[in-house]
Design a binder for this molecule. Structure first.
Ligand SMILES: [Zn+2]
Length: 249
């Protein structure tokens, strides 16, 4: 019998912190064969099945959901359903008042600022004119010290300083996708990550600052596709991405 089932986190970011599913099976046989199906809301066919295999009955068990159980799950709402069979293959019932389902929202990217911000005007946009070049990113005006978060897990490609330009900046190579993210003008001393470090989606990578060629605290944010930042890729307009990520924040 399913004696307990709970999902601790109602949403998760892929390459972020996993969601923990807890359950307890009560059975006369010592082991139960447990599986969890993941089904998009409003659809019958499961997107994935996690076979947990034989699990001991009579004690609390936990499993971590990453959103990558069946490849990377598309963004959206899912219903998790746990089921179990005893050692003789008999399907175990649910205990009175115990739900065998839980809802999980899967997201692919985290908005990179944890605080109030503004997209600014035309001059803040990708492609805006600058002296001798065009603006390769989107500027996000925010108070100095606003926490900057990794939009996607991955590996930190660069942590550098450029006095006459980017100031303190970080380049992040996104996991499972052809994208680099660049964060410029970060506050002096605010960068807790180093080159080569693996980070998870939503991990702190610095604070909004005003370093380098910058007049007023803001995050200059770039997105590069293909082979990435100055290694064969090209910058793309980050604004549609930012607008898509923002509602979940
Ligand atoms: Zn800028």
């Amino acid at each position: 019998m399913l004696a307990a089932f709970s999902l601790r986190r109602p949403s998760l970011y892929v390459y972020g912190r996993p969601a923990r599913v807890r359950f307890r099976i009560r059975s006369r046989t010592r082991l139960a064969d447990v599986r969890i199906t993941i089904t998009p809301r409003g659809v019958r066919k499961p997107a994935g099945r996690i076979r947990l295999g034989p699990r001991p009955a009579g004690r609390d068990e936990a499993v971590l959901m990453t959103g990558r159980e069946a490849g990377i799950l598309p963004e959206g709402s899912y219903r998790l359903r746990i089921s179990a069979r005893d050692a003789r293959g008999r399907r175990l019932r649910r205990g009175a008042g115990i739900s065998s389902t839980g809802d999980l929202l899967v997201l692919h990217h985290r908005f990179p600022l944890a605080g109030p911000f503004s997209y600014g005007g035309a001059g803040a946009r990708f492609g805006a004119g600058r002296k001798g070049h065009t603006h390769q990113g989107q500027d996000l005006t925010a108070e100095e010290g606003t926490v900057v978060l990794a939009p996607r897990g991955g590996v930190v490609k660069a942590v550098q300083y450029q006095a006459a330009g980017a100031g303190h900046y970080v380049v992040l190579d996104g996991a499972g996708e052809q994208r680099d993210y660049v964060f410029m003008h970060l506050r002096t001393g605010s960068i807790p990550v180093r080159e080569g470090q693996a980070v998870h989606t939503g991990q702190r990578i610095g604070e909004v600052g005003n370093t380098g060629r910058s007049s007023g605290a803001h995050l200059h944010f770039e997105v590069w596709t293909g082979a990435g930042w100055y290694s064969g890729g090209r910058p793309v307009d980050p604004l549609p991405l930012l607008r898509a990520w923002e509602p979940a924040t």
